[in-house]
Structures are given as structure tokens and as C-alpha cells.
Design a protein around this ligand. Structure first.
Ligand code: FNR
Length: 200
């Protein structure tokens, strides 16, 4: 299917050697193969203070929150690999969601950056569940802020030994294909919804 779909891809980790950054990049290949234009960002390049209503009241949004909002708005799909911390989402990921959800101007509609977006989600962890419990929360949070999350998802367990030495693939070919499929599916769903929007 030919598409002009734009997908924003990132991991909910700042760590340089993050398993979730590697996983997000593998899924990204699937989206690219499906014809989507994918922008990969590292949240380390968009550091933010912890959300503070007093900071916002005094100084509005930090520059990096504004930059992230602009990126979210420019893209149809969000492809995210989210680590699990203490059975839930990471503070980094939730802080980005919280800042980006705040209006940058007085007349900006509620949840402007999220409404109508489609997301594909995954996780990787050295543990036995691969971050699966965190994904339950990631999905719930996104759906509550008007993001449609595709049903396919994957949690990669034993992440220490799951990747090839260059980090560009998963050693288990079936899992590698499943991760790519999430990116591919996300691109397809975005493209199909664009077609529906065009004819309606
Ligand atoms: C973790 N980790 C972790 N793993 C898991 O499977 N379930 C969990 O509940 C937690 N909790 C947790 C809390 C905190 C504070 C840290 C720092 C770590 C381990 C985590 O999955 C591991 O550090 C991953 O490597 C994090 O992902 P990245 O940074 O490699 O993408």
C-alpha cells in the first residue's frame, strides 16, 4: 500500500545502551518497509524537568516540551518501546506524555497532540515478563488520551541475551519478525485511516 504516513518512533528510556531503543529501531524497519516515513528520536535529546504546575504557570512549557509537541503534531503514528519500572511505566515516558498533553496556547484544544493518533507499543526487559505489566499501563494511558493503540504488541524477555551483537536484530527470528510486524501494522493502519478520512 502506498502511503504518506509519518511515524514518530522513540523509547521510554534515556540510557545509552537501552534495550528499548534497540527494539524501537527494529520495529521502525517494519514501518519503513511498509512505506512509512519514520522519524526516530532519542528522549535524551529532549530532556525535561519533572512536570510542575508552578513552573508551567510561571514559565509556560519548557522549550523541549514545545519541540516534542510539534513533533507529535507532525506525525500520524507513534511507535514506542517502553521499559517497565516497578511494574509500570517509566517516569521519563510519563513525564513526556504529561508535558506534551499541556496546551501551549490558551485556545489549543484538549489533548491536541494525541487525538487521532495511532500507536504501536512494545517493551524489552532483562526480566522474565519482558515489561508486559508496564505495557498494560502504557496502553491504558494512551487510550485514555484519545490514542488508538493497535492490538499487536510484544514484550521481549531476557533482553541481555536477546539481541545480535550489533543490536540490529533479535536472535530469535520469530520474535524479530513479530517486532517488525508491529511497525508494519502501525504504518498500514495509519495509511488505511488516512484513506478513510480522504473519502469521508
Ligand atoms: C527496573 N527494571 C524492571 N524490569 C522489569 O521487567 N520489571 C520491573 O518492574 C522493573 N523495575 C525497574 C525499576 C527501576 C527503577 C529500574 C531502573 C529498572 C529493569 C529494567 O527493565 C532494565 O533496567 C531495562 O534495561 C530498562 O530498559 P532500557 O533502559 O534497557 O531500555
Amino acid at each position: 500500500m502506498s502511503t504518506s504516513t509519518n511515524i514518530l518512533c522513540f523509547a521510554g528510556s534515556l540510557r545509552h545502551d537501552s534495550f528499548n531503543k534497540k527494539l524501537a529501531k527494529i520495529a521502525m524497519q517494519g514501518a519503513t518497509d511498509a512505506g512509512a516515513k519514520v522519524t526516530y528520536i532519542d528522549l535524551k535529546d529532549y530532556q525535561l524537568p519533572v512536570y510542575d504546575g508552578d513552573f508551567e504557570a510561571k514559565s509556560s512549557l519548557p522549550d523541549n516540551a514545545v519541540k516534542l509537541k510539534e513533533l507529535f503534531l507532525k506525525h500520524d503514528g507513534l511507535l514506542m518501546s517502553c521499559p517497565e519500572y516497578n511494574s509500570s511505566v517509566t517516569g521519563v515516558w510519563k513525564n513526556v506524555i504529561d508535558w506534551v498533553s499541556r496546551p501551549a496556547t490558551d485556545n489549543e484544544p484538549m489533548l491536541h497532540c494525541f487525538t487521532g493518533k495511532i500507536a504501536g507499543i512494545m517493551s524489552a526487559s532483562p526480566g522474565a515478563l519482558g515489561g508486559l505489566r508496564g505495557l498494560v499501563h502504557v496502553r491504558a494511558i494512551l487510550e485514555n488520551i484519545n490514542v488508538m493503540v493497535i492490538p499487536d504488541q510484544i514484550a521481549i524477555s531476557q533482553a541481555m541475551s536477546a539481541f545480535t551483537p550489533d543490536g540490529e536484530r533479535l536472535l530469535d527470528e520469530k520474535k524479530d519478525a513479530s517486532v517488525r510486524k508491529i511497525g508494519h501494522k502501525l504504518a498500514e493502519v495509519c495509511a488505511r485511516l488516512q484513506l478513510v478520512a480522504k473519502v469521508s
